[in-house]
Write a protein that binds this ligand. Structure first.
Ligand SMILES: Nc1ncnc2c1ncn2[C@@H]1O[C@H](COP(=O)(O)OP(=O)(O)OP(=O)(O)O)[C@@H](O)[C@H]1O
Ligand SMILES: [Mg+2]
Length: 378
């Protein structure tokens, strides 16, 4: 096992496509790290550099203590599940999964010939491992099939199986669950977390899905346009996003943003006015332009809110435009003094579309960003 360390690593394609821009990121030995960000932000490129499939333009990349910039892929002891995974079409599912294991054994062919009995044990070990992995991914009944006889989701599980059958120093996974249906995705997500807990192999997992990132990562690294925005534990990224981009990317429905100006201990947002968090350093920064961030889950129906007091500092009237009933909560799209806001409300509030409701915000959970740079001010 080994950690992975990016030191000022960049990758430029052609003249000016900066796929990864001066990335500094240390993935600890045994850690489950998620790289998350929108399409095109450089996630796959970062993974491919670890695998050695892409040469970095600048910087140093370490696996364990070793600088690997010049180490060929086959010598890096890494297993990768690609975004566009490829299975061997002429091989059965069983053979596809066993392939990586056999490849490792091949080195010892001569040794095997001279130690037939032990070679048999190896074969049995491979068989055991293939069946273990197949059972974990619920593909036992497909072991004899060829890839073309499988659905997209089944193929994806075989590709995953092929990677996890081995026990490499590092697992790289590029959106390995994207072709699975919702139920299977949640199930496989849990399997991967369990697998990591059992094997403890350093895993770098790429996704554009913030829910996957939040639920799977011990730490998550949020990227945008090739640049690392923040890397921390999921709770920290959610509770203390470094900037507006991270704040909008992590959390669903996304955070509400309101542009305003500081007036004393309040922020004036057009005709609306809210108190600022007690500890906010922008208080009394008269005239400072800020962007206020309010998560939908921090807005309450004042009629049923028990966890926040309703005061003139934290409440406003909103007209409910659209109401989405999700079962466990209602998503309320409202217009409040000309601003469009989204709130996640307890269904017991029994909100109806069209009605005007007094809402209350948990002011202490409000986020304040610099109006110009978008950086969090706290
Ligand atoms: N071989 C290449 N040649 C030129 N540009 C490339 C190449 N590979 C990737 N890029 C560009 O580099 C940027 C990052 O691409 P990358 O594949 O790393 O994104 P990603 O975060 O994995 O996106 P997605 O979520 O869509 O898979 C994109 O702008 C992409 O167009
Ligand atoms: Mg990608």
């Amino acid at each position: 096992m080994a950690g992975v360390n990016f030191q000022s690593v960049s990758k430029v394609f052609g003249k000016d496509v900066k796929a990864v821009d001066d990335l500094n990121l240390e993935i600890k030995d045994g850690e489950f790290m998620v790289l998350v960000g929108p399409s095109g932000c450089g996630k796959t490129t970062a993974l491919r550099m670890i695998a050695g499939l892409e040469e970095s333009t600048n910087g140093d990349l370490f696996i364990g203590d070793k600088r690997v910039n010049d180490v060929p892929p086959k010598d890096r002891d890494i297993a990768m599940v690609f975004q566009n995974y490829a299975l061997y079409p002429h091989m059965s599912v069983y053979e596809n999964i066993a392939f990586g294991l056999r490849l490792r054994e091949l080195k010892g062919t001569f040794w095997q010939l001279t130690h037939m009995a032990e070679a048999k044990v190896k074969k049995e070990e491979i068989d055991k491992r293939v069946r273990e992995v197949a059972s974990m991914l619920a593909i036992e009944s497909l072991l004899h099939r060829k890839p073309k006889e499988l659905s997209g989701g089944q193929r994806q599980r075989v590709a995953l199986g092929r990677a996890i059958a081995r026990k490499p120093r590092v697992f790289l996974m590029d959106e390995p669950l994207s072709n699975l249906d919702a139920k299977l995705r949640i199930q496989t997500r849990a399997e991967l977390i369990r697998l990591h807990r059992n094997l403890g192999v350093t895993t770098i997992y790429v996704t554009h899905d913030q829910v996957e990132a939040m639920t799977m990562g011990q730490r998550i690294a949020v990227m945008a346009n090739g640049v690392l925005q923040q890397c921390d534990e999921p709770e920290t990224v959610y509770n203390s996003p470094a900037n507006k981009f991270v704040a909008s990317f992590i959390g669903a429905p996304p955070m509400n943003f309101l542009d305003g100006v500081v007036r004393g201990e309040r922020v004036e947002i057009g005709s609306m006015s809210l108190g600022l968090p007690a500890a906010s350093p922008v208080r009394k920064n008269e005239g400072l332009r800020v962007t206020i961030g309010i998560r939908p889950e921090d807005i309450y129906d004042s009629r049923t809110a028990s966890s926040v007091p309703v005061t003139p500092d934290n409440s406003f009237e909103g007209q409910v435009d659209v109401l989405e009933k999700l079962g466990a909560e209602d998503t309320v799209y409202m217009v409040a003094q000309g601003h469009n806001l989204t709130a996640s409300i307890d269904p017991s509030a029994r909100i109806h579309s069209g009605e005007t409701v007094k809402f209350a915000v948990d002011i202490e959970k409000m986020h304040v960003f610099d109006g110009e740079t978008g950086l969090a001010i706290r």
